[in-house]
Design a protein around this ligand. Structure first.
Ligand SMILES: NC(=O)c1ccc[n+]([C@@H]2O[C@H](COP(=O)([O-])OP(=O)(O)OC[C@H]3O[C@@H](n4cnc5c(N)ncnc54)[C@H](OP(=O)(O)O)[C@@H]3O)[C@@H](O)[C@H]2O)c1
Length: 309
Protein backbone atom coordinates (compact mmCIF):
# COMPACT_ATOMS: atom_id res chain seq x y z
CA UNK A 1 0.00 0.00 0.00
CA UNK A 2 1.25 3.43 -0.89
CA UNK A 3 1.32 6.01 1.88
CA UNK A 4 1.42 9.70 1.24
CA UNK A 5 0.99 12.87 3.18
CA UNK A 6 -2.62 13.84 3.58
CA UNK A 7 -4.53 16.99 4.24
CA UNK A 8 -2.98 19.44 6.59
CA UNK A 9 -5.04 20.02 9.69
CA UNK A 10 -4.67 22.75 12.23
CA UNK A 11 -4.16 21.40 15.73
CA UNK A 12 -5.44 23.17 18.80
CA UNK A 13 -2.92 22.86 21.58
CA UNK A 14 -0.47 24.32 23.85
CA UNK A 15 2.96 23.24 22.66
CA UNK A 16 5.27 23.36 19.74
CA UNK A 17 5.57 20.03 17.99
CA UNK A 18 9.09 18.70 18.19
CA UNK A 19 10.47 16.69 15.35
CA UNK A 20 11.93 13.21 15.55
CA UNK A 21 11.73 12.82 19.31
CA UNK A 22 14.03 15.79 19.84
CA UNK A 23 11.91 16.75 22.79
CA UNK A 24 12.48 13.50 24.63
CA UNK A 25 16.13 13.47 23.70
CA UNK A 26 16.59 16.97 25.01
CA UNK A 27 14.81 16.00 28.22
CA UNK A 28 12.77 19.14 28.05
CA UNK A 29 9.59 19.33 30.08
CA UNK A 30 7.39 20.14 27.13
CA UNK A 31 4.38 18.03 28.00
CA UNK A 32 3.75 14.47 26.97
CA UNK A 33 0.90 15.10 24.59
CA UNK A 34 3.19 16.94 22.20
CA UNK A 35 0.66 18.79 20.11
CA UNK A 36 0.93 22.44 19.37
CA UNK A 37 -0.95 25.66 19.12
CA UNK A 38 -1.52 26.60 15.51
CA UNK A 39 0.88 23.98 14.23
CA UNK A 40 0.02 22.23 10.99
CA UNK A 41 -0.20 18.46 11.43
CA UNK A 42 -0.63 16.28 8.42
CA UNK A 43 -2.60 13.02 8.69
CA UNK A 44 -1.06 10.68 6.12
CA UNK A 45 -3.26 8.67 3.78
CA UNK A 46 -2.95 5.09 2.63
CA UNK A 47 -3.77 4.29 -0.96
CA UNK A 48 -6.16 1.35 -0.94
CA UNK A 49 -6.19 -1.42 -3.52
CA UNK A 50 -8.72 0.49 -5.63
CA UNK A 51 -6.56 3.67 -5.56
CA UNK A 52 -8.87 5.47 -3.12
CA UNK A 53 -6.90 7.33 -0.45
CA UNK A 54 -7.88 6.84 3.19
CA UNK A 55 -6.56 8.64 6.30
CA UNK A 56 -4.45 6.34 8.49
CA UNK A 57 -6.03 7.67 11.67
CA UNK A 58 -9.73 8.25 12.26
CA UNK A 59 -12.42 8.74 14.85
CA UNK A 60 -14.47 5.78 16.14
CA UNK A 61 -18.02 6.36 17.33
CA UNK A 62 -19.12 3.09 18.93
CA UNK A 63 -21.06 3.82 22.13
CA UNK A 64 -21.49 7.52 21.35
CA UNK A 65 -25.12 8.46 20.78
CA UNK A 66 -27.39 11.50 20.62
CA UNK A 67 -26.06 14.96 21.33
CA UNK A 68 -22.82 13.63 22.84
CA UNK A 69 -22.12 11.82 19.58
CA UNK A 70 -23.00 14.82 17.39
CA UNK A 71 -20.87 17.15 19.52
CA UNK A 72 -17.99 14.66 19.59
CA UNK A 73 -18.03 14.22 15.81
CA UNK A 74 -18.20 17.97 15.16
CA UNK A 75 -15.36 18.56 17.61
CA UNK A 76 -13.30 15.68 16.20
CA UNK A 77 -13.57 17.26 12.75
CA UNK A 78 -12.64 20.66 14.17
CA UNK A 79 -9.62 19.04 15.82
CA UNK A 80 -8.48 17.56 12.50
CA UNK A 81 -10.01 14.08 12.11
CA UNK A 82 -11.23 13.40 8.60
CA UNK A 83 -12.05 9.67 8.86
CA UNK A 84 -15.26 8.96 10.82
CA UNK A 85 -16.27 5.36 11.56
CA UNK A 86 -19.89 4.42 12.29
CA UNK A 87 -22.24 1.48 11.73
CA UNK A 88 -25.97 0.80 11.60
CA UNK A 89 -25.72 -1.26 14.78
CA UNK A 90 -24.21 1.66 16.75
CA UNK A 91 -27.58 3.41 16.39
CA UNK A 92 -25.84 6.73 15.94
CA UNK A 93 -25.77 7.38 12.19
CA UNK A 94 -28.25 10.26 12.58
CA UNK A 95 -26.10 11.81 15.30
CA UNK A 96 -22.93 11.30 13.25
CA UNK A 97 -24.67 13.00 10.32
CA UNK A 98 -25.73 15.87 12.57
CA UNK A 99 -22.15 16.24 13.80
CA UNK A 100 -20.81 16.32 10.24
CA UNK A 101 -23.37 18.95 9.30
CA UNK A 102 -22.58 20.99 12.39
CA UNK A 103 -18.87 20.92 11.57
CA UNK A 104 -19.54 22.78 8.31
CA UNK A 105 -16.73 20.84 6.62
CA UNK A 106 -16.64 20.28 2.88
CA UNK A 107 -18.01 16.74 2.43
CA UNK A 108 -15.28 15.91 -0.08
CA UNK A 109 -12.56 16.30 2.54
CA UNK A 110 -14.19 13.70 4.82
CA UNK A 111 -13.88 9.92 4.70
CA UNK A 112 -17.04 8.33 6.16
CA UNK A 113 -17.35 4.61 6.89
CA UNK A 114 -20.49 2.68 7.79
CA UNK A 115 -21.29 -1.04 8.00
CA UNK A 116 -24.06 -3.49 7.14
CA UNK A 117 -25.30 -5.34 10.19
CA UNK A 118 -26.04 -9.08 10.11
CA UNK A 119 -29.81 -8.66 9.94
CA UNK A 120 -29.40 -6.87 6.59
CA UNK A 121 -27.31 -9.60 4.96
CA UNK A 122 -28.38 -10.39 1.38
CA UNK A 123 -28.72 -8.52 -1.91
CA UNK A 124 -31.98 -6.58 -1.45
CA UNK A 125 -31.66 -6.03 2.32
CA UNK A 126 -28.12 -4.71 1.86
CA UNK A 127 -29.26 -2.21 -0.78
CA UNK A 128 -32.05 -1.01 1.50
CA UNK A 129 -29.71 -0.84 4.51
CA UNK A 130 -27.22 1.23 2.53
CA UNK A 131 -29.86 3.79 1.55
CA UNK A 132 -31.15 3.96 5.14
CA UNK A 133 -27.61 4.59 6.42
CA UNK A 134 -27.09 7.31 3.82
CA UNK A 135 -30.38 8.98 4.71
CA UNK A 136 -29.58 8.91 8.41
CA UNK A 137 -26.12 10.32 7.77
CA UNK A 138 -27.60 12.95 5.40
CA UNK A 139 -24.97 12.02 2.82
CA UNK A 140 -25.07 11.37 -0.91
CA UNK A 141 -22.37 8.72 -0.88
CA UNK A 142 -20.16 6.72 1.50
CA UNK A 143 -16.38 6.54 1.28
CA UNK A 144 -16.26 3.03 2.73
CA UNK A 145 -18.97 0.45 3.39
CA UNK A 146 -18.16 -2.76 5.23
CA UNK A 147 -19.88 -6.07 5.92
CA UNK A 148 -19.80 -5.82 9.71
CA UNK A 149 -19.65 -9.55 10.47
CA UNK A 150 -19.32 -12.69 8.34
CA UNK A 151 -22.87 -13.92 8.99
CA UNK A 152 -25.76 -14.72 6.67
CA UNK A 153 -25.84 -14.14 2.92
CA UNK A 154 -22.61 -12.17 2.65
CA UNK A 155 -22.29 -12.97 -1.06
CA UNK A 156 -25.65 -11.31 -1.69
CA UNK A 157 -24.53 -8.29 0.35
CA UNK A 158 -21.27 -8.18 -1.56
CA UNK A 159 -23.03 -8.21 -4.94
CA UNK A 160 -25.15 -5.26 -3.81
CA UNK A 161 -22.05 -3.44 -2.58
CA UNK A 162 -20.21 -4.11 -5.84
CA UNK A 163 -23.07 -2.54 -7.78
CA UNK A 164 -23.25 0.48 -5.46
CA UNK A 165 -19.48 0.85 -5.78
CA UNK A 166 -19.64 0.67 -9.58
CA UNK A 167 -22.45 3.24 -9.56
CA UNK A 168 -20.30 5.66 -7.54
CA UNK A 169 -22.48 5.51 -4.40
CA UNK A 170 -19.64 3.97 -2.35
CA UNK A 171 -16.00 4.78 -3.05
CA UNK A 172 -14.55 1.61 -1.48
CA UNK A 173 -15.99 -1.64 -0.13
CA UNK A 174 -14.63 -4.07 2.42
CA UNK A 175 -15.31 -6.35 5.34
CA UNK A 176 -14.92 -6.53 9.09
CA UNK A 177 -14.21 -9.45 11.43
CA UNK A 178 -13.49 -11.86 8.55
CA UNK A 179 -10.85 -14.53 9.05
CA UNK A 180 -8.57 -15.39 6.10
CA UNK A 181 -10.75 -18.32 4.96
CA UNK A 182 -13.92 -16.21 5.06
CA UNK A 183 -12.16 -13.46 3.13
CA UNK A 184 -10.89 -15.90 0.51
CA UNK A 185 -14.34 -17.46 0.16
CA UNK A 186 -15.98 -14.06 -0.42
CA UNK A 187 -13.39 -13.17 -3.04
CA UNK A 188 -13.97 -16.30 -5.15
CA UNK A 189 -16.07 -15.25 -8.14
CA UNK A 190 -16.37 -11.66 -6.89
CA UNK A 191 -15.93 -8.85 -9.40
CA UNK A 192 -14.43 -6.55 -6.80
CA UNK A 193 -11.94 -7.46 -4.10
CA UNK A 194 -12.44 -6.12 -0.54
CA UNK A 195 -9.93 -3.34 0.12
CA UNK A 196 -10.20 -3.36 3.93
CA UNK A 197 -10.64 -5.85 6.74
CA UNK A 198 -11.47 -4.05 10.00
CA UNK A 199 -10.53 -6.34 12.88
CA UNK A 200 -9.89 -6.18 16.62
CA UNK A 201 -6.22 -5.30 17.00
CA UNK A 202 -4.24 -3.84 19.89
CA UNK A 203 -1.08 -4.69 21.87
CA UNK A 204 -2.89 -7.51 23.74
CA UNK A 205 -4.27 -9.05 20.52
CA UNK A 206 -1.81 -8.26 17.76
CA UNK A 207 -3.22 -10.49 15.02
CA UNK A 208 0.25 -10.94 13.52
CA UNK A 209 -0.66 -13.92 11.32
CA UNK A 210 -3.83 -12.19 10.12
CA UNK A 211 -1.78 -9.09 9.36
CA UNK A 212 0.62 -11.11 7.21
CA UNK A 213 -2.26 -12.86 5.50
CA UNK A 214 -3.97 -9.56 4.67
CA UNK A 215 -0.72 -8.12 3.41
CA UNK A 216 -0.27 -11.18 1.19
CA UNK A 217 -3.64 -10.67 -0.50
CA UNK A 218 -3.35 -6.88 -0.71
CA UNK A 219 -6.12 -6.08 1.78
CA UNK A 220 -5.51 -3.16 4.13
CA UNK A 221 -5.83 -3.90 7.86
CA UNK A 222 -7.84 -1.47 10.00
CA UNK A 223 -7.76 -1.81 13.78
CA UNK A 224 -10.95 -1.61 15.79
CA UNK A 225 -10.67 -1.08 19.55
CA UNK A 226 -7.07 0.11 19.08
CA UNK A 227 -6.90 0.61 22.87
CA UNK A 228 -8.96 -2.51 23.68
CA UNK A 229 -11.24 0.07 25.31
CA UNK A 230 -8.60 0.25 28.04
CA UNK A 231 -9.32 -3.33 29.14
CA UNK A 232 -6.73 -5.39 31.02
CA UNK A 233 -4.99 -2.23 32.25
CA UNK A 234 -3.94 -1.09 28.78
CA UNK A 235 -3.41 2.55 29.76
CA UNK A 236 -1.30 1.68 32.83
CA UNK A 237 0.68 -1.18 31.34
CA UNK A 238 4.30 -0.80 32.57
CA UNK A 239 5.89 -1.72 29.22
CA UNK A 240 3.74 0.78 27.35
CA UNK A 241 4.47 3.38 30.03
CA UNK A 242 8.20 2.74 29.63
CA UNK A 243 8.11 3.15 25.85
CA UNK A 244 5.87 6.21 26.13
CA UNK A 245 8.22 7.85 28.62
CA UNK A 246 11.20 7.25 26.36
CA UNK A 247 9.51 9.23 23.58
CA UNK A 248 7.96 11.91 25.79
CA UNK A 249 4.53 10.66 24.74
CA UNK A 250 1.43 9.29 26.44
CA UNK A 251 0.54 5.60 26.48
CA UNK A 252 -2.39 6.32 24.13
CA UNK A 253 -0.11 8.05 21.64
CA UNK A 254 2.41 5.22 21.89
CA UNK A 255 -0.26 2.62 21.15
CA UNK A 256 -1.53 4.57 18.15
CA UNK A 257 2.02 5.01 16.83
CA UNK A 258 2.48 1.23 17.18
CA UNK A 259 -0.61 0.63 15.03
CA UNK A 260 0.64 3.04 12.37
CA UNK A 261 4.19 1.68 12.43
CA UNK A 262 2.88 -1.81 11.67
CA UNK A 263 0.92 -0.52 8.71
CA UNK A 264 -2.55 -0.48 10.20
CA UNK A 265 -5.23 2.18 10.14
CA UNK A 266 -6.56 3.00 13.63
CA UNK A 267 -9.89 4.53 14.67
CA UNK A 268 -9.73 5.44 18.39
CA UNK A 269 -12.89 6.68 20.05
CA UNK A 270 -13.01 9.29 22.77
CA UNK A 271 -15.77 11.30 24.38
CA UNK A 272 -13.10 13.57 25.87
CA UNK A 273 -12.01 16.58 23.73
CA UNK A 274 -8.56 16.58 25.31
CA UNK A 275 -8.05 12.86 24.55
CA UNK A 276 -9.24 13.41 20.98
CA UNK A 277 -6.52 16.01 20.44
CA UNK A 278 -3.92 13.97 22.27
CA UNK A 279 -4.66 11.05 19.96
CA UNK A 280 -3.76 13.18 16.94
CA UNK A 281 -0.29 13.88 18.32
CA UNK A 282 1.31 10.81 16.80
CA UNK A 283 2.94 12.08 13.63
CA UNK A 284 6.12 13.52 15.11
CA UNK A 285 7.78 10.37 16.41
CA UNK A 286 8.41 6.74 15.48
CA UNK A 287 8.99 3.60 17.48
CA UNK A 288 12.31 1.82 17.06
CA UNK A 289 13.01 -1.91 16.78
CA UNK A 290 13.49 -2.28 20.53
CA UNK A 291 10.15 -0.57 21.24
CA UNK A 292 8.44 -2.87 18.74
CA UNK A 293 10.12 -5.91 20.35
CA UNK A 294 8.92 -4.90 23.81
CA UNK A 295 5.36 -4.30 22.62
CA UNK A 296 5.37 -7.59 20.67
CA UNK A 297 5.93 -9.26 24.04
CA UNK A 298 2.55 -7.98 25.28
CA UNK A 299 0.57 -10.10 22.83
CA UNK A 300 -1.87 -12.40 24.64
CA UNK A 301 -3.04 -13.66 21.26
CA UNK A 302 -6.67 -13.62 22.29
CA UNK A 303 -9.62 -11.30 22.00
CA UNK A 304 -10.33 -8.88 24.83
CA UNK A 305 -14.00 -8.96 23.77
CA UNK A 306 -15.02 -12.61 24.30
CA UNK A 307 -18.64 -11.52 24.65
CA UNK A 308 -18.66 -10.58 20.95
CA UNK A 309 -17.11 -13.79 19.62
N1 LIG B 1 -15.98 -3.56 13.26
C1 LIG B 1 -16.26 -3.89 14.51
O1 LIG B 1 -16.76 -4.99 14.81
C2 LIG B 1 -15.95 -2.90 15.60
C3 LIG B 1 -16.04 -3.30 16.94
C4 LIG B 1 -15.73 -2.37 17.92
C5 LIG B 1 -15.34 -1.09 17.57
N2 LIG B 1 -15.30 -0.71 16.26
C6 LIG B 1 -14.89 0.67 15.87
O2 LIG B 1 -13.63 0.94 16.47
C7 LIG B 1 -13.72 2.15 17.21
C8 LIG B 1 -12.73 2.16 18.36
O3 LIG B 1 -12.98 1.09 19.27
P1 LIG B 1 -13.73 1.28 20.67
O4 LIG B 1 -14.57 2.49 20.62
O5 LIG B 1 -14.40 0.01 20.99
O6 LIG B 1 -12.57 1.44 21.74
P2 LIG B 1 -11.10 2.11 21.82
O7 LIG B 1 -10.96 3.18 20.81
O8 LIG B 1 -10.13 0.99 21.85
O9 LIG B 1 -11.13 2.71 23.27
C9 LIG B 1 -12.00 3.74 23.66
C10 LIG B 1 -11.68 4.04 25.13
O10 LIG B 1 -10.37 4.61 25.20
C11 LIG B 1 -10.42 5.78 25.99
N3 LIG B 1 -9.45 6.74 25.46
C12 LIG B 1 -9.41 7.27 24.21
N4 LIG B 1 -8.35 8.08 24.08
C13 LIG B 1 -7.71 8.09 25.29
C14 LIG B 1 -6.56 8.74 25.77
N5 LIG B 1 -5.84 9.55 24.99
N6 LIG B 1 -6.20 8.53 27.07
C15 LIG B 1 -6.92 7.70 27.87
N7 LIG B 1 -8.04 7.05 27.45
C16 LIG B 1 -8.42 7.24 26.17
C17 LIG B 1 -11.82 6.30 25.85
O11 LIG B 1 -12.15 7.04 27.00
P3 LIG B 1 -12.58 8.60 26.90
O12 LIG B 1 -13.88 8.61 26.13
O13 LIG B 1 -12.71 9.00 28.32
O14 LIG B 1 -11.48 9.31 26.19
C18 LIG B 1 -12.64 5.01 25.75
O15 LIG B 1 -12.96 4.54 27.04
C19 LIG B 1 -15.18 2.16 17.64
O16 LIG B 1 -15.58 3.40 18.19
C20 LIG B 1 -15.85 1.75 16.37
O17 LIG B 1 -15.93 2.85 15.47
C21 LIG B 1 -15.58 -1.60 15.27
Amino acid sequence: MKIDRGSSVRMLSRRAVLKGGALAAAGLALGRAGWAADEQVSIPHIQLGNQVKMPVLGFGTYGLTGDVCAESVADAIAAGYRLIDTAKVYKNEEAVGAGIKKSGIDRKSLFVTSKIWVDDAGYEPAKRAFQTSLDKLQLEYLDLYLIHRPRGDVRGSWKAMEELNAAGRIRAIGVSNFDPAQLASLTVGAKTKPVINQIETHPFFQETAERESLRGVGVQMEAWAPFAEGRNGMFTNPVLEQVAKKHGKTVAQTILRWHLDRGSIAIPRSSNPSHRRENLGVFDFALDAEDMRLIAGLDLNKTQFPEWS
